[in-house]
Design a protein around this ligand. Structure first.
Ligand code: PMP
Length: 440
C-alpha cells in the first residue's frame, strides 16, 4: 500500500518536504496529518477533488464538514464572486450580515439573537463566557470525547486527559473550570449540576465527532430538564450538526431547544465563519443598550473578520438552498446506503469491523481489541467511549493510504461526511475501493 502511495503522489511528497521546513509537521490542522505525508489538493468540485499529481478522489472529508452541498456549488460561487468584487472588509456594518442573521434565525429554533464570529472555536469560547456572565457561576460541565474547539477551556478530555488535567500550555486552574462527565451519563451530569457552580452544559447533540461516540436522543430532553431545574445554560454545539442533521440542526430534528447554540462550517457556506446564537436575555450581555439600561458591564467582542461580507454571501446562498430543498435528507440517504454497502463488503471479507453512524456521517470501527462483533448487530452504544474513540492509529493510517490509492479520501478517525452532491457513481467507486483495500 505504501509503495503504491509513494508512486502515485510524487508532487505531494515534494511539497510536503518543503512544507515541513516551514510549517510544523508540514500542516495547518492536526486532522490533515497523515504518515508519511498527506496529499496536496489543487482543485475540487461537487463530490470530487484533485491533487497536485492529477489523481482524482471522491471526497468524504467534506471541508471538515463545511460542504453539505459538495464543493463549489454554483449558487455559492456566484454569490462569493459578487461579494468579492464589492470588497472583503468594510469596517462597518453591511447589508449581507443582516440577511445572514435573518436566515440563521429562520432556521435555528433557539436563535433569538445572533453574533457572528470567525470560527467554531470562537463561537464556543463566547458561548461559555455568555453562560458564566449570565449565571455568575464559574464552571462548565461537558461530556468526555465531545469536541468544542481548541481554546484553553475545552482542551482536556477530548482525545486524552480524561481526568481533566491540563494539556501542554494550558493553566491548571483553567482546566479545572471544566467538569468532565462520561458521555451520555445523565446521572453523573445531574450530580455535577448539584455542585451548584456549573454555568453551562455544552455538548455535541448527536454525540462526539458527529456520533462516533453516539448519544441517545433521550439524553437531550433529560439534559433540557435538569438544566432548567438548576438554572444552568444548555449549549448545543452544532458546529457540525447545524444545517446538516436537518435545516434547523439537531435541535429541530429532536425537538429539544437549547438556550445557546454554536454554529460554524455550513453556516458560512464553505467560507470561514461561525456564530453563537440563542436566547435574547443571555445574548443581551453583548448588547450595548441592554447592558447600559441594566447597569451591567458588557462582554467585549471585537474580531476583525466577524461577519465578513464574503462569508456572509456564501452563507446566505448555502442556507437558501438548505431551506428550500431537502439536501440534508439527500446527504443522509446517501450515507445510509454507503454504510450498508461498506458493511456488506466487511461481511464478504469476514472482517470483524463495522461501519456505523447516523444522518450524513459514517464511522469505520476497526475493532482494535478484536472484540466479538458482527456488522449485522453492531451497537456502538454498547461499547466504552475510549474503545470507540481511540481506534488503532496504525490501521487507520494504512486504511487511509489504501483508500487514497483507490481514489477515496476519508477523515482520520476514520470515517467521513457525505454531501448532497454524492451520487451513485461515487457510491460504486467507494465500495469497490473499500473492497480492494481490504483485500490488500
Ligand atoms: N465544535 C465542533 C463540534 C466541531 O466539530 C468543531 C470543528 N471540527 C469546532 C467546534 C471548532 O470549529 P472551528 O474548527 O471552526 O474552530
Amino acid at each position: 500500500i505504501l509503495a503504491r502511495y509513494l508512486e502515485r503522489t510524487p508532487a505531494s511528497a515534494a511539497m510536503a518536504e518543503t512544507a515541513r521546513t516551514m510549517l510544523p509537521s508540514g500542516i495547518a490542522h492536526d486532522a490533515r496529518y497523515l504518515k508519511p505525508y498527506n496529499i496536496y489538493t489543487e482543485e475540487a468540485a461537487g463530490s470530487r477533488k484533485w491533487d497536485v499529481d492529477g489523481n482524482e478522489y471522491v471526497d468524504y472529508f467534506g471541508g471538515h464538514g463545511a460542504h453539505l452541498l459538495g464543493h463549489n456549488p454554483p449558487a455559492v460561487v456566484d454569490a462569493v464572486r459578487d461579494a468579492l468584487e464589492r470588497g472583503t472588509q468594510f469596517g462597518t456594518n453591511h447589508p449581507l450580515e443582516v440577511e445572514w442573521a435573518r436566515m440563521v434565525r429562520r432556521l435555528i429554533p433557539c436563535a433569538e439573537r445572533v453574533r457572528f464570529t470567525s470560527s467554531g472555536t470562537e463561537a464556543t469560547h463566547m458561548a461559555l463566557r455568555l453562560a458564566r456572565a449570565h449565571t455568575g457561576r464559574p464552571r462548565i460541565a461537558r461530556f468526555m470525547t465531545h469536541f468544542h474547539g481548541w481554546h484553553d477551556h475545552m482542551t482536556a478530555g477530548y482525545t486524552s486527559h480524561f481526568d481533566g488535567s491540563a494539556t501542554p500550555g494550558v493553566l491548571p486552574e483553567v482546566a479545572k473550570g471544566a467538569a468532565l462527565v462520561p458521555p451520555g451519563d445523565v446521572d453523573a451530569m445531574r450530580a455535577a449540576l448539584r455542585e451548584g457552580d456549573i454555568a453551562a452544559v455544552i455538548l455535541e447533540p448527536t454525540g462526539a465527532s458527529f456520533g462516533k461516540v453516539p448519544l441517545k436522543p433521550e439524553v437531550l430532553s433529560e439534559l433540557r430538564q435538569m438544566t432548567e431545574e438548576t438554572g444552568t445554560v444548555l449549549i448545543f454545539d452544532e458546529v457540525i450538526t447545524g444545517f446538516r442533521v436537518s435545516a434547523g440542526g439537531a435541535q429541530a430534528a429532536f425537538g429539544v431547544t437549547p438556550d445557546l447554540t454554536t454554529l460554524a462550517k455550513i453556516v458560512a457556506g464553505g467560507m470561514p465563519g461561525g456564530a453563537v446564537v440563542g436566547r435574547q436575555d443571555i445574548m443581551d450581555a453583548l448588547d450595548f443598550q441592554a447592558m447600559e439600561a441594566a447597569g451591567r458591564e458588557k462582554i467585549d467582542h471585537p474580531g476583525t473578520f466577524n461577519a465578513n461580507p464574503v462569508s456572509a454571501a456564501a452563507g446566505i446562498a448555502a442556507l437558501n438552498i438548505i431551506a428550500a430543498h431537502d439536501v440534508c435528507g439527500k446527504a443522509s440517504a446517501y450515507a445510509a446506503r454507503l454504510r450498508d454497502g461498506m458493511n456488506d463488503v466487511l461481511r464478504q471479507h469476514r472482517l470483524r469491523w463495522a461501519v456505523y453512524g447516523t444522518f450524513s456521517g459514517f464511522h469505520i470501527f476497526t475493532n482494535p481489541g478484536g472484540l466479538e462483533i458482527a456488522p449485522d448487530d453492531f451497537d456502538p452504544h454498547a461499547l466504552p467511549y475510549d474503545v470507540l474513540k481511540k481506534g488503532n492509529p496504525a490501521v487507520n493510517n494504512k486504511l487511509r493510504l489504501g483508500l487514497l490509492n483507490e481514489g477515496v479520501d476519508v477523515s482520520p478517525w476514520p470515517g467521513g461526511l457525505t454531501s448532497s452532491a454524492h451520487d451513485d457513481a461515487d457510491l460504486e467507486l467507494t465500495l469497490a475501493a473499500f473492497d480492494r483495500v481490504l483485500g490488500a
